[in-house]
Design a protein around this ligand. Sequence first.
Ligand SMILES: Nc1nc2c(c(=O)[nH]1)N[C@H]1C(S)=C(S)[C@@H](COP(=O)(O)O)O[C@H]1N2
Ligand SMILES: [Mo]
Length: 201
Amino acid sequence: MSLFRADPRTKEARPDGRRRLPPGQRLTDGWPVLHYGSIPKIDLAEWRLQIFGLVEEEKTLTWDELMALPQAEARNDIHCVTTWSKFDNDWRGVSLRDVFALVKVKPEAAYVVFHSYGGYTTNVPLDEIQGPENMLVHTHNGEPLTLEHGWPLRALIPNLYLWKSAKWIRGIEFVSQDRPGFWEMYGYHMHGDPWKEERYG
Ligand SMILES: Nc1nc2c(c(=O)[nH]1)N[C@H]1C(S)=C(S)[C@@H](COP(=O)(O)O)O[C@H]1N2
Ligand SMILES: [Mo]
């Protein structure tokens, strides 16, 4: 009997034809915690999400206002650049496109910079985060996010490496030119597609 029996899910194909497990990744059952610096202290009464930059109407949402937006659910896989992938995560939160609709994004906007409590930032192309799988999430597998995974709210961009999914989110900024975020300034890829192994550079 092999100790290394492969999980058959790693051989599955995605609806878009790509293999479910991206190249160079292995499956994990746990959920590793990875971030730079310490966990920010956040008070829900003071918590705000600022949506700004190239928009017609900047908006700042309180926690109650965020929770009053349509609540969405999704199940998907996440992929960390450090080579672990975790399948079948159930998320609850708000679709990014519903958040974008609140501010009327200007046509010049081409990239989004996510800002976190604690100072972390990361950049993503706006046209790649329009699908319903791209969310701001507060619940994972039926439980509120733990502090270390981004409580109260994190971004979830499941088709890019997980460093693009900012924990402890506090801002969404629309910009016309791509601008490196925290890890991108230290050599991580500007785009970060796991199926193209866009890890560094
Ligand atoms: N605010 C914030 N978000 C962050 C990070 C960070 O340092 N600060 N690290 C990123 C990186 S590099 C990874 S791999 C994932 C890890 O998410 P997890 O700890 O929930 O697995 O969070 C991303 N989001
Ligand atoms: Mo990471």
